[in-house]
Design a protein around this ligand. Structure first.
Ligand code: MRU
Length: 390
């Protein structure tokens, strides 16, 4: 039933209310119709061709939506995970089981496990602290408040990262008029607010200091072409799309002032896991003396993961590489994506979803609590300590 939900298309509906020029993109929202609470997602596998919503009535449908990348991007995965626990609680599913399935849906973005843990702990402590009638309802309400708090905090963090990031950009690249290269998608589609790296570029645009946003298409699932270009267009930014492999010649031509990317997990030593293709950009940036800036909320820093080698990198199905299926990404569990084959039948593919950039290639990490530069174990530790004290 749950799987059909994500795959059959029966329960998707066009979005009426969003004019193409709207800046707000409601990537996720909680609704409480008479039939019971639901989690409504903007189905990112369908963008930019169609703006359709995916309505999850149970945690398994959300797990499927996470795996298929209908909902994606580290901060949003955290928010989705927290709402998923709230949904399980509100609809009477086994909360522990749902929390486990949600946290395991994708391994690399630490925010997912964080969001799930936070809502589950809120649920548990309300449940354990309140015996008698209504304990379960109160615990469900606590899980929902926790998800809502995370959603609001992420919006706030996004605004702070944009401020810190633009200040840093202006320092590192004096003269304004920035030409920024970005990879994957890090805007409102991945956040309660305007995102991470993209939010910095947007702040530069609003301040009249963005000359060009270079958007890597981001193979194989084209998050740059489908999603970042979509957000840049809606915001009226000057942007140009390039194939990932064109980045080298763009650097060589002196057309890039800074690279801005997000992160899925930052290890204690400052190693950064992000969408595959980020590491080659860091190498190019170093060779061409261009700042390589990572923008991520503090929830993406994982002190429990010691270094880059300890980060689990998600490996995805080979058909994402051997077929072209844009704008709709193949659904998890479907053996072949139903797209257009671009390689001989039976070709094996290497398809890691992420790569890891070592800290010495990262100029700075921008968070809502401030900037860490140089990127070291101690620098990140101090930032995390200061955020705990605040
Ligand atoms: O596989 P995805 O689309 O979930 O990957 C997303 C990214 O790699 C983003 O760059 C990352 O989550 C940072 S978003 C702020």
């Amino acid at each position: 039933m749950a799987d059909q939900y994500a795959q059959s298309g029966e329960d998707i509906r066009p979005i009426d209310g969003i004019p193409p020029e709207a800046v707000d993109i409601p990537a996720i929202r909680w609704e409480e119709p008479a039939e019971g609470p639901v989690l409504v997602l903007l189905d990112q596998t369908r963008l930019p061709a169609e703006e359709v919503e995916l309505v999850c009535t149970d945690p398994q449908a959300l797990v499927q939506a996470i795996r298929s990348l209908a909902v994606r991007g580290a901060p949003l995965l955290g928010i989705a995970g927290a709402y998923g626990v709230a949904l399980a609680a509100a609809r009477g599913f086994d909360v522990e089981e749902a929390a486990g399935a949600l946290a395991d849906a994708r391994p690399t973005a630490v925010n997912l496990a964080y969001g799930v843990r936070r809502a589950r702990e809120a649920y548990r402590s309300a449940f354990e602290g309140g015996a008698g009638d209504g304990a379960r309802e109160r615990a469900a309400a606590a899980a929902l408040s926790s998800a809502r708090a995370l959603h609001a905090e992420d919006a706030e963090a996004s605004a702070r990262m944009a401020e810190h990031g633009l200040r840093l950009l202006d320092e590192l690249v004096p003269g304004g008029n920035h030409r920024i290269l970005t990879h994957c998608n890090t805007g409102a589609l991945v956040s309660g607010g305007e995102g991470t790296a993209f939010a910095v570029a947007l702040a530069a645009h609003r301040a009249g200091r963005l000359r060009r946003l270079w958007v890597d298409e981001t193979r194989p699932l084209l998050q740059g072409a489908r999603l970042t270009a979509y957000e840049a267009a809606r915001n009226g930014m000057a942007y140009t799309l390039l194939t990932d492999s064109a980045a080298g010649s763009l650097f060589a031509a002196g057309e890039v002032d800074a690279v801005l990317i997000g992160a899925d997990r930052i290890a204690a030593d400052g190693s950064v896991a992000n969408k595959v293709g980020s590491y080659p950009l860091a190498v190019l940036a170093r060779y061409h003396h261009v700042p390589f800036i990572v923008v991520a909320p503090v929830t993406t820093i994982d002190p429990e993961t010691a270094d880059g080698a300890s980060i689990e990198v998600e490996q995805r199905a080979g058909h994402e590489v051997t077929e072209v299926t844009a704008p709709r990404a193949p659904l998890a569990g479907v053996e072949a994506g139903g797209g257009i084959p671009v390689a001989p039948l039976g070709t094996q593919a290497y398809n890691p979803a992420f790569d890891v950039t070592p800290p010495d290639l990262v100029t700075a990490i921008v968070t809502e609590w401030g900037v860490v530069s140089p990127v070291t174990n101690d620098g990140l530790g101090e930032l995390c300590d200061s955020s705990l004290q605040a």
